[in-house]
Design a protein around this ligand. Structure first.
Ligand SMILES: [Zn+2]
Length: 546
């Protein structure tokens, strides 16, 4: 009875909160209702969306994936007018912006910020932003991880005190390492249903960082893999990201900084670096698709409310910029696409494909309100870092400009001689155009001769990933009916090279897709890599593969 009374009081309280909150915020998130002690469960998020749909005609709830544990992953489509489907976008002048949160389900402020953002957008459907943007939101990408609440998860994070979920999804995969191999329903869903269909101009991915000590609660950076279009990377580096930084500080009063960590955590003057540049990370993957992407990492030592408000304000600052620069962004992306489609023999070949690359300083130094670290003894003889009370502002190089160290020329087409359904499915899921040869043909091609093939001794995301050494050799070879053809003069040509180049640092060979073809059952050495590079333009009789 006592319990029932308690429950009744709770329900009554939530009604009171719902109807009597000040200002416009009649519908509150779990974080707001709990005074930032708790974060939303999956059901909280789904109910929040139901309430939004009841009060506004400008939002629709869809789903783009079902998690391993059976949860429908929501996508909120927001626009005025609300687009009926991505098929109607051809004549639509609006830019599509996609915001996702909770890819790592212990990093929860983006999930709260995304809900607040949707609510605030819908409260004013006549605002300027709606003339220029369609907004897609996935507030809870890793729903399975979210539901594994514990106060023992992310114990170094300052709130919410009532616990958060775990990093991995229902398959024990890190979703932010899955963008190339596409083994999770969540990331496969994003790529097939959001990227391929809605083709967002801008993607935002919300996290919490664990890195170096500083005062700024919000950090962010952009896609930086050098196999994405350089003009787009430079546009982010020199134009959009500095503008968002200033706008977030001036208009929303949020101290912020480009994402990174000190090269030497004990020495703030050592420089500031953003390490992760491979396209297995979703933001870099979007860059290799030649679209704009922003990684939001909020500072783990800032309290939960500060992180939520910071992330929420950053999302607004990004939307403000996208809305006022819609035409510039659309034109830039169109030029990039045109360059890719007409690509073979054109300027993108000059860059070719980078198989090794390095980070260099961006042209501008970065100023950081650093807090110096000390070391203290940790477990098993290791040292740990501890925040000191010594605050010091430093202006240092930002290592976030990735440039090739070793290139290979991009071929006209890749010819895949094994009818492998996993390889084919991966390419098709990415949205890459694949054709099938319908008449046999003898062609002069580059074949990759493997000299050495080693797999990593420790499993990584369920894979003993491969490291390959070898060289290309010119060879004349008959290609049979059914050979798969992937031309590089398509919008996703860079991505096709990334997946199919044998020496790629995040390709299908690395992720074991070709393992069974590479080593003969008897004898020494290796089989040739079953993907050949056709360097000259050729006509084929072929049919598209769907
Ligand atoms: Zn994260």
């Amino acid at each position: 009875m006592k319990v029932d009374l308690f429950r009744f009081a709770l329900i009554l309280m939530s009604f009171v909160v719902y109807f009597t909150s000040p200002g416009q915020t009649s519908l509150l998130t779990t974080a707001e209702q709990s005074n930032y002690a708790s974060t939303s469960t999956y059901n909280d998020v789904m109910k929040f969306a139901e309430a939004l749909v009841k009060t506004s005609p400008y939002i629709r709830v869809e789903s783009f994936a079902t998690s391993a544990e059976g949860r429908k992953i929501p996508l909120w489509v927001i626009g005025n007018p609300l687009p009926e489907s991505p098929l109607n976008l051809a004549k639509d002048e609006r830019l599509v912006v996609y915001i996702q949160a909770n890819i790592h389900a212990g990093e929860v402020e983006g999930k709260e910020a995304a809900q607040m953002l949707a609510r605030e957008l819908l409260q004013n459907p006549n605002q300027e932003i709606f003339k220029n943007l369609i907004i897609l939101i996935c507030p809870i990408l890793n729903a399975d991880g979210n539901e594994k609440f514990s106060t023992q998860n992310r114990t170094n994070q300052v709130g919410p005190v009532n616990g958060v979920g775990v990093r991995y999804n229902g398959q024990y995969l890190d979703l932010n390492r899955d963008a190339m191999k596409l083994e999770s329903p969540e990331i496969t869903g994003i790529v097939t249903k959001i990227f391929n269909q809605w083709d967002p101009a801008i993607t935002v991915d919300c996290h919490t960082t664990n890195g170096s000590y500083h005062e700024e609660p919000v950090t962010f950076t952009w896609m930086m893999n050098p196999n994405g279009d350089r003009d787009l990377i430079n546009f982010m580096r020199d134009d959009m990201m500095p503008a968002v930084h200033t706008h977030l500080k001036d208009k929303y009063k949020i101290e912020n900084l480009f994402y990174g960590e000190f090269i030497n955590r004990l020495i703030p003057d050592s420089g500031w670096i953003s390490y992760a540049s491979e396209p297995r990370y979703l933001v870099n993957y979007v860059g290799v698709r030649n679209r704009l992407a922003i990684l939001n990492e909020n500072y783990v030592y800032a309290d939960f409310k500060t992180r939520v408000i910071g992330s929420y304000s950053l999302l607004w600052a990004i939307l403000d910029y996208a809305s006022s620069n819609k035409n510039k962004i659309a034109q830039l992306l169109q030029e990039t696409d045109n360059g890719m489609m007409n690509g073979f023999g054109a300027s993108h070949l000059a860059d070719s494909f980078a198989i090794r690359y390095e980070g260099r300083p961006t042209p501008q130094l970065i100023t950081i309100k650093a807090i110096e670290a000390d070391t203290i003894p940790g477990m098993r003889g290791y040292w740990r870092y501890k925040q000191s009370d010594r605050h010091r502002t430093v202006t240092v190089p930002y290592i976030a400009d990735y440039y090739p160290l070793e290139n290979v020329a991009i071929p006209y087409a890749y010819l895949i001689t094994v009818p492998d359904k996993d390889v084919l499915e991966n390419l098709i899921n990415h949205g890459i155009i694949v054709e099938k040869m319908s008449e046999p043909q003898i062609l002069e091609v580059d074949g990759f001769v493997i000299e050495d093939l080693k797999s990593e001794p420790r499993l990584n995301q369920g894979h003993y990933t491969n490291a390959v050494k070898g060289h290309f050799e010119k060879t004349s070879r008959e290609f049979l009916v059914g050979t798969y053809i992937v031309r590089t003069n398509q919008k996703l040509g860079n991505l096709a090279s990334y997946l199919l180049e044998p020496q790629s640092d995040d390709g299908l060979l690395l992720w074991n897709f070709f393992d069974k073809y590479l080593v003969p059952q008897w004898g020494e050495g290796y089989n040739p890599y079953p993907v050949y590079r056709l360097m000259e333009k050729k006509e084929f009789s072929s049919s598209p593969v769907k």
